[in-house]
Design a binder for this molecule. Structure first.
Ligand code: DGL
Length: 270
């Protein structure tokens, strides 16, 4: 049996998006040992089919849980969670915390009653999102847009790709314009960031939407859920926390400062 106190929290995403969730976890539980996994061999998830994502995520998390023995798994990815959370919960015994698009708090925040939702193409078409909308925002207008370019932009940004990239800002402007162009879109005052990559480029998105729009994501809620589920447990870190990739990442050196800023001072390939 592994020593309970040293067992990590395993945080999983297709890429660097889950770092926005890890940042929230660090604020709440800085003592928790973490293994962060980026399935960069599978990135982006947003363009894949439901079957591909479900098979990939269940298979990887099964193997990772066996080898890495986490105390808890956090799927820090809306695409993977909205598609595969139930399947993963069925096969793994370890507690699983998923990422749910923050439609409920957005419905409580909006004054105009019009909410924008930015996610991946795969996330925005999920029945999971339909159910959240029906349950929490039935009396609101929820406008959805899939924005894969924002994922690419966040990946580049964390690798220190120079800020002088009008194309990147264009991606944020295009996402804002697409939502604004939908019927009722000019009244959007609240935007759900339903992809964990997007809080990493919040400044670009805020500039693109302009004043009067508030953003909400699930990171703090996920961190609170992890803290709740690990209440009373001891945490002992015996080595610097680890970031694992599913294939060699040619941009890894450029990414290291962003990883180190969150205490991920070791890297490896799973
Ligand atoms: N970070 C992931 C999410 O929250 C998706 C990025 C991708 O397309 O792989 O949905």
């Amino acid at each position: 049996m592994p020593d309970r106190a040293t067992q990590p929290v395993l945080m999983f995403d297709s890429g660097v998006g889950g770092l926005s969730v890890l940042a929230a976890l660090r604020r709440l539980l800085p003592q928790a040992p973490v293994i962060y996994v980026a399935d960069n061999a599978g990135l982006p998830y947003g363009g894949k089919t439901e079957a591909e994502i479900a098979a990939r995520v269940s298979g990887l998390l099964g193997r990772m849980t066996e080898r890495l023995r986490p105390r808890l798994v956090c799927i820090a990815c809306n695409t993977a969670s909205t598609i595969a959370l139930a399947a993963v919960r069925d096969v793994l015994e370890v507690p699983i915390v998923g990422t749910v698009p923050a439609i409920k708090p957005a419905a409580a925040m909006t004054q105009t009653g019009v909410i924008g939702l930015l996610g991946t193409a795969a996330t925005i078409r999920q029945g999971y999102v339909d159910r959240l909308e029906a349950e929490f925002a039935a009396d609101k207008t929820l406008l959805r847009h899939g924005a894969p370019d924002l994922v690419t932009m966040a990946e580049a940004r964390l690798r220190g790709v120079p800020v002088a990239h009008p194309a990147a800002s264009d991606a944020a402007l295009a996402a804002a314009a697409a939502l604004r162009a939908m019927p009722g879109g000019d009244a959007i005052d609240t935007v759900v960031l339903a992809c964990t990559h997007f809080p990493l480029i919040i400044d670009d998105l805020a500039a693109a939407f302009g004043p009067g729009v508030r953003f909400i994501d699930g990171a703090d809620g996920i961190a609170r859920r992890i803290a709740f589920l690990t209440q009373g447990q001891d945490f002992v870190r015996t080595a610097p926390d680890l970031a694992l990739f599913t294939r060699d990442d040619p941009g890894l050196d450029a990414l290291k400062p962003a990883l180190s800023a969150l205490g991920l001072d070791r890297t490896g390939v799973f």
